[in-house]
Structures are given as structure tokens and as C-alpha cells.
Ligand binder design. Structure first.
Ligand code: ZN
Length: 411
């Protein structure tokens, strides 16, 4: 399949209008690989057609990133330079619309010392995080994907370059609901309405905890934060009220659970790609809300390092519901990209939670959100637990229960 310019234009428009929902007079900050310059041009033009005041582009290049890690010193890479910090500070004032096009080779960092990679990430995140927290909920953003050859070959190693890219395009366009003859804006409206109805039902139930069971060994209970909301599909910029869709595709309804309040074992049903490396056949056991042990058929050491990244890395920041009928799951292969893989089935995330699920959460500092039970960490790593037989019950404060999921889908 050769993707036509018309289809690419349709996709670019969808990302800008429905995803980021660029408003007249807004500054847009676009992050995209140098390899995708032709598609970047379509996105830039779509932004201006939507009325953008100015589009700035941060060109990324994963080959350069790898060379930096191979040749530059850890201290050099870990340092956040004054101009980088100034740029982040300007972002907190300008609150640009941010569009990120994911296309990197999942193996881009192969051969790089994982210890160096996580150390650099750790110290850079420490400096950048306050700025990220400051713009949280106050700007529109979207992540969407563009298949590169290396990414496609990672998913389909047996196919030729051309066939692999065609297969990945096919999957990407299916999951983002773009086809030659459809109206993707209408398709997204129907999809987000469905998700919002389910989220409204969950919010009306007022569950105080969730119980998970599966024959694979998942046996888990997690407490929820009283008053915290289930959210899905869209979000609202609290400054200008613009509705935007942060992830394309998106299938999940999620909330942040009460940090430090869960017990039991979660068994992963799909491999996890973290820092360009795979963790497979794994399970994590929690006691008093913290991951106390884990086992993995592959990548055990990596999983342990992840859990020990900082104080909050051993606690959950997210629980998400995704039915097994998800188009991402139906594609039937691992995308090696969280944007897709986390939308395949039910998952949890270790690390940072979302303060925006709290009433008035956008205006809370991360410390205030933490006091109310939101987890904080420099990591946020989703792992899939949505087995085909997964059952989830909601438990209300009075002890009554209601089925939420049966056999991996809405009950
Ligand atoms: Zn999620």
C-alpha cells in the first residue's frame, strides 16, 4: 500500500484539528524526526490553516541521540543547559499547543549502556519536571505516529522494507480511524462519545476499590482515591477550555489509584519495551502498595532497575480499562511503541499519576496532589494485564460490588 498524499493530508488535518485542536492565535510546538520532513510540512500547513500564530519545530534524530550516548560523557549529557531551561520556562508562559509525531526505531538505543541511559534520563527529568508540572493541564498536546522503515521492520522483520511499512501504515490508519472514504472527524466523535459514556458510568458508581482476577495468576486489589475521576479519550485545556485528544489512537479509560494501597500480583500479558529493551513473561507482586518482587522470563534486571528508579517507581500511578476488542489488539502484533501498545488491553502503570483526575487537580501542585494520594515519580511505565479472561469487579464503600469487566471486555 502506497499512502496517498490525500490520505496523509487527511491524517495531518485530524491530528491538528481533532487531536491538538489548534486554536486561532496559538503558538504550536511540533516535535518530529528529520526523516519525516515531508509529513511535517503537511502538519505545519494544517496548523496554519487552523489559525496558528506560529509553528516552531523541534527536529529530532534518533541516530544523533545514539551517537551522543556512545561518545559523549554521562555528565555532559545529564546537564540541562541554561538555554534549554530558558526554553522550558518560556513554554510555561507561552503555553504552546504541542504536537509530537512518534516514528523512532524502537532499537535506536541498542548498544547504549542502559545504566548511562537511565542515569541521564533521571538527572535531566529532575530539572525539567517542575516545568512540565507547571504546564500540566494548561496546554493542548497530542502524540500521533508516522511509520518509519526501521520501526516497521522491527514489527515485521520477515517482510521487505516496503511491505513492512505498508503493513504498519495499514495498522496505524486503522487504529486512528482514517480511511480513503470515511469522515475521520465523525468517526472520532462517535468513538470519544462511547468512551465518555463508559467513564460517566464509572464515575457514577463511586467505586472505592477494584479487584482483578485471571487464570494466569493475576489476583489483585487496588484502592481508588475518593472523588478521583475516571477519564478517557479527551481532555480540556483549563486555560482556554479547548477539548483535545492527547493520544491518537486512544482506547483507554483511566484513573490514578491511591498510591501505596494495593495488594497482590499482576501478570503481564504482553512484552514491555522500556528504554529500547524488552521485558517479557513477567509478573509484579505488591505488598502495602509497593512492588516488592518481580519475575521476568527476560529482562529481570531491567525490570528491577525500573522499579528502583526512585521512591515512587514501585507504586502505581495509573489503572486503565481497555476492552480486548480494541483495534490495536485486533492488529495482533506488538508495536514496540507505548502509544499503541497501551491501547491494546487493560493495563496499569508504575510511577507518576495524573493529578488532573482530582477535582480541581490542574491547580494543585504535585506535592498537594501527592497529599491526596496521587503517586509521583520520574517514570510512568504502562504494562498490559488484560488477559482474555480478565474479570474486574468494582467495590463500593458499603461493600457492594458490580462487575466492570468479564472475559477481557465490558461486563
Ligand atoms: Zn494508560
Amino acid at each position: 500500500m502506497q499512502v496517498s498524499k490525500e490520505l496523509l493530508q487527511k491524517y495531518a488535518e485530524l491530528i491538528v484539528r481533532t487531536g491538538a485542536n489548534v486554536q486561532p492565535g496559538q503558538v504550536v510546538s511540533l516535535a518530529v524526526s528529520v526523516e519525516q520532513h515531508d509529513f511535517a510540512a503537511l502538519v505545519i500547513e494544517a496548523c496554519y490553516r487552523a489559525g496558528a500564530k506560529k509553528v516552531n519545530v523541534d527536529w529530532t534524530f534518533d541516530v544523533q541521540s545514539k551517537l551522543n550516548f556512545l561518545y559523549a560523557e554521562e555528565e555532559t549529557l545529564a546537564a540541562v543547559l541554561p538555554w534549554e531551561e530558558a526554553k522550558m520556562k518560556q513554554m510555561t508562559e507561552e503555553l504552546p499547543c504541542r504536537i509530537y509525531i512518534a516514528s523512532d526505531d524502537p532499537d535506536a538505543m541498542d548498544g547504549v549502556d542502559p545504566q548511562k541511559l537511565s542515569a541521564v534520563m533521571q538527572s535531566r527529568s529532575r530539572v525539567m519536571k517542575p516545568y512540565r508540572n507547571a504546564i500540566d493541564g494548561k496546554h493542548q498536546w497530542v502524540i500521533a505516529a508516522y511509520p518509519s522503515v526501521k520501526w516497521a521492520k522491527k514489527c515485521f522483520p520477515a517482510l521487505s522494507d516496503e511491505e513492512a511499512v505498508a503493513r504498519l501504515w495499514d495498522a496505524v490508519l486503522t487504529t486512528v480511524r482514517v480511511s480513503e472514504d470515511n469522515d475521520p472527524v465523525a468517526a472520532w466523535k462517535e468513538h470519544t462519545d462511547f468512551i465518555e459514556r463508559k467513564a460517566a458510568w464509572l464515575n457514577a458508581q463511586g467505586f472505592s476499590s477494584l479487584r482483578y482476577y485471571s487464570a494466569n495468576g493475576t489476583d489483585f486489589t487496588v484502592e481508588l482515591i475518593p472523588g478521583a475521576r475516571w477519564e478517557g479519550a479527551g481532555a480540556v485545556n483549563s486555560v482556554n477550555g479547548a477539548f483535545y485528544i492527547p493520544n491518537m489512537p486512544t482506547e483507554e479509560i483511566f484513573t490514578s489509584p491511591l498510591a501505596g494501597k494495593c495488594e497482590g500480583t499482576l501478570v503481564a500479558v504482553k512484552p514491555l519495551s522500556w528504554n529500547s529493551q524488552l521485558i517479557e513473561d513477567f509478573a509484579i507482586t505488591f505488598e502495602n502498595g509497593r512492588a516488592v518482587s518481580c519475575r521476568a522470563g527476560k529482562g529481570q534486571e531491567l525490570l528491577e532497575r525500573m522499579i528502583h528508579m526512585d521512591e515512587g517507581a514501585a507504586m502505581l500511578g495509573e489503572v486503565a480499562l481497555v476492552p480486548k476488542e480494541s483495534p490495536v489488539n485486533q492488529c495482533g502484533f506488538l508495536f514496540y511503541e507505548t502509544l499503541f501498545d497501551e491501547n491494546a488491553c487493560c493495563h496499569c502503570a508504575l510511577g507518576m499519576g495524573f493529578k488532573e483526575v482530582l477535582p480541581g487537580g490542574d491547580d494543585l501542585t504535585m506535592e498537594q496532589a501527592q497529599d491526596k494520594g496521587i503517586n509521583d515519580s520520574i517514570i510512568h511505565v504502562d504494562f498490559m494485564i488484560g488477559a482474555d479472561d480478565l474479570a474486574i469487579d468494582g467495590v463500593r464503600p458499603d461493600g457492594s460490588t458490580a462487575p466492570i469487566f468479564r472475559n477481557g471486555t465490558w461486563a
